[in-house]
Design a protein around this ligand. Structure first.
Ligand code: UD1
Ligand code: CA
Length: 451
């Protein structure tokens, strides 16, 4: 029977010192909440319920961006984790399987770990995810009896013997949904924090003769974010894993520690990535591409053998066909380059399509915006755009068309035509020297006048 996911995301995250709800702070270009939902999605949940509170509207928006069917319930007052889970009950009406509770601020739980918890549920009524952090600090402690979990004690309520326990509660817990809600009804708030602790359901279940156990995972998976320092540590952990994974998958990183990936970056084998390259969301790169130093890419697809940079900026909607090249100080946005097309120097190509084999000279700009609307530039195959051409969109140039350097192209150019759109040059013999003498004389006269 499929499991329902309950993701707790109502907390404010006071220590973030932010106007933004904590779960919307980003790691690798996606909100913490999205990471938690993406991990949960791997178990193919029957339903997903997000418990929002602070910034509920924005949290709801972020949840639906990952899972259109996610239900968002609002916990108006944060009275504790048990109270938070109770808010999900109406949304899980009629759900007969398990409920799995995740935290929206804990982004790295692996699907394999959740699968192990599901398997452990075959033998126990409640399964809690535990871990042994280097510093157990203020985490809840798991009180075990052999492989049985007896109860969870919150740090604030724990005595010295309990505080000495190394095994800590991650907060992730699985149980039949109906049982979980039933036990929560019996949870009180007579404790050091005056909160309704979800962790109390373990003791309550044991008192009823039910069983609980703990599945353990690496502390790296349960890393939670409570402060900007934690956020930076989460980012670093993500990047370290992503770099290692890329190299395992056959991607060369010449200086791995300087390359930053997004949560969804996909790169094919035998691609080489030089130092200081940053990937925003939505980048896919086929094999054998080269991304040279100091380039920034987002929302971009590179086909086989494309070469980018150094110092290139590829913005959303960029598509480079096989062997296309974008060189230094070039910005491309919402534009496609055909096979082996080249834009090698100091250009802006936006809302455009360049045909295969077309070469764009240095300093060329597609003038795509008239202050109100965006317009497209269409260039055929094997065209040659002279340096510093202004392509004033909407405009279309045919196959094999050519433009003279410095042209301002406002009208379509048919296939095979040369377009010259600039003032004709006039040379005046001796005029430069004459002009210089006039200017010098003028300056001298002005200086005498001032004395
Ligand atoms: C909780 C656990 C603790 C565990 C730790 C792991 C309880 C009582 N304690 O403690 O055993 O070691 O997590 O990080 O469960 N939340 C709500 N609504 C609320 C309260 C919390 O949505 O009313 C959300 C928070 O936004 C957060 C999560 O639940 O994402 C955990 O809450 P938090 O207050 O951080 O719990 P801890 O005290 O850290
Ligand atoms: Ca916490």
């Amino acid at each position: 029977m499929a499991t329902a996911l309950i993701v707790l995301a109502a907390g404010k995250g006071t220590r973030m010192k932010s106007d933004r709800p904590k779960v919307l702070h980003e790691v690798a270009g996606a909100p913490l909440l999205a990471h938690a939902l993406m991990a949960g999605r791997q178990i193919a949940p029957a339903r997903t319920v997000v418990v929002a509170g602070h910034g509920a509207e924005a949290v709801s928006h972020a949840a639906r961006a990952v899972d259109r069917n996610a239900r968002v319930v609002v916990q108006a007052e944060q009275l504790g984790t048990a109270h938070a889970v109770a808010q999900a009950a109406p949304a899980l009406e009629g759900h007969e399987g398990d409920a799995l509770v995740l935290y929206g601020d804990t982004p790295f739980i692996r699907p394999e770990t959740l699968a192990r918890m599901e398997r452990a549920r075959a033998e126990h009524d409640i399964v809690v995810l535990g871990f042994e952090p280097a510093d157990p600090g203020r985490y809840g402690r798991l009180v075990m009896e052999g492989d049985r979990l007896d109860r969870i004690v919150e740090f604030k309520d724990a005595g010295p013997d309990e505080r000495a326990i190394a095994l800590c509660n991650s907060g992730v817990v699985a149980a039949p949904a109906a049982l979980m809600f039933e036990l929560i009804e019996a949870v009180g708030n007579d404790n050091a924090a005056g909160e309704y602790y979800l962790t109390d359901i373990v003791g309550l279940a044991r008192a009823r003769g039910l069983t609980a156990t703990a599945v353990t995972c690496d502390a790296a998976e349960t890393l939670g974010v409570n402060s900007r320092t934690d956020l930076a540590a989460a980012e670093a952990a993500f990047q370290a894993r992503a770099r290692a994974q890329m190299m395992d998958d056959g991607v060369t990183l010449t200086a791995p520690e300087t390359v930053h990936f997004a949560f969804d970056t996909v790169i094919g084998p035998d691609t080489v990535i030089e130092p200081n390259v940053v990937f925003g969301p939505g980048v896919t790169v086929a094999g054998g591409a080269r991304i040279r130093a100091f380039s920034h890419l987002e929302g971009t697809h590179l086909a086989r053998g494309a070469v980018v940079g150094p110092y290139a900026r590829l913005r959303p909607g960029t598509e480079l066909a096989a062997g296309a090249r974008v060189g230094n100080f070039v910005e491309v946005k919402n534009a496609g380059l055909g096979e082996a097309a080249k834009v090698n120097h100091l250009s802006y190509i936006g809302d455009a399509q360049l045909g295969a084999g077309t070469n764009v000279g240095a300093g060329t700009i597609t003038c795509n915006y008239d202050g109100v609307s965006k317009h497209r530039t269409q260039v055929g195959r094997n065209a040659f755009i002279g340096s510093s051409t202004m392509l004033v969109a909407p405009v279309t140039l045919g196959d094999d068309a050519m433009t003279g350097s410095g042209s301002v192209i406002t009208e379509d150019v048919e296939a095979g035509a040369l377009a010259l759109a600039r003032a004709r040059q006039v040379n005046k013999p001796g005029m430069a020297r004459k002009l210089l003498e006039i200017l010098k004389a003028r300056k001298k006269k002005a200086a005498e006048g001032a004395d």
